[in-house]
Design a binder for this molecule. Sequence first.
Ligand SMILES: [Zn+2]
Length: 272
Amino acid sequence: MVTLFLSTAAGAQGPTQLKPGFNLFTKQQDIQLGQEAAAEIRKKVVIVKDPLLNAYVNMVGKRLAASREAKDSGFTFSFEVVADPTINAFALPGGPMFINTGLLKAVDNEAQLAGVMGHEMSHVILRHGTNQASKADLIQIPLALAGQLTDSDTLMGQLSQLGIGLGAESVLLKFSRADESQADIMGSHLMAEAGYDPDELARFFEKIKSQDTADAIAFLSDHPNPGDRSRAIKVEALRLPVQDYGYQTGEFRNMKKALAAVHQPPPKAHQE
Ligand SMILES: [Zn+2]
């Protein structure tokens, strides 16, 4: 009865419309900041060069990037694999996305991966990183953004001086629960349009929640549960136009095989 009510009410309303919030940065500055931050990240992590793994995440990523909301954002997305057993992925302002081998290992099917990647892509489209930086109430930010940068001075460098770096607590990568809930909802749109069942994203969150491992805890710390997120995704899925899910690249098993051959460094926490 409850389900019936939900499906009727939700279906009639159509997909939830989401727009980026308050932002002091221009879209061009999102892109610049993301490029600079990505260069920093590449120095700190081990990027996996395996051609099959890279082709795979690019296949899934490009399908998501072809969805309406992703295209309308005007951002160009890129996808790289990081050798890190932590179950995680993250995207920087303007589009660079990094996908940990730990996430590739944890997903049960391609739709779950597409769901997490769609979630990350939604943080970019909704400009959550620079929205959070804009809300940080730092009077210097407008000055930093308006200033002319010299060759040796990057936007990332200027923001780092204001305390907005790439550290674990960075506002560029650590989102609010409201942001998480938006990224879940838009992520479900992107994956659905790409042919993946949004229920799989809900299922993946359930799976992570039921695990009590350090990896799972890290994932939930970066993606704080806005409360009942699996249910929220399922309700949103009912608002979407009816379509056939079940798209697959056909490379999921090969991806898992290639993954087994990647040497993964121990988790960061254990290195210190
Ligand atoms: Zn998130």
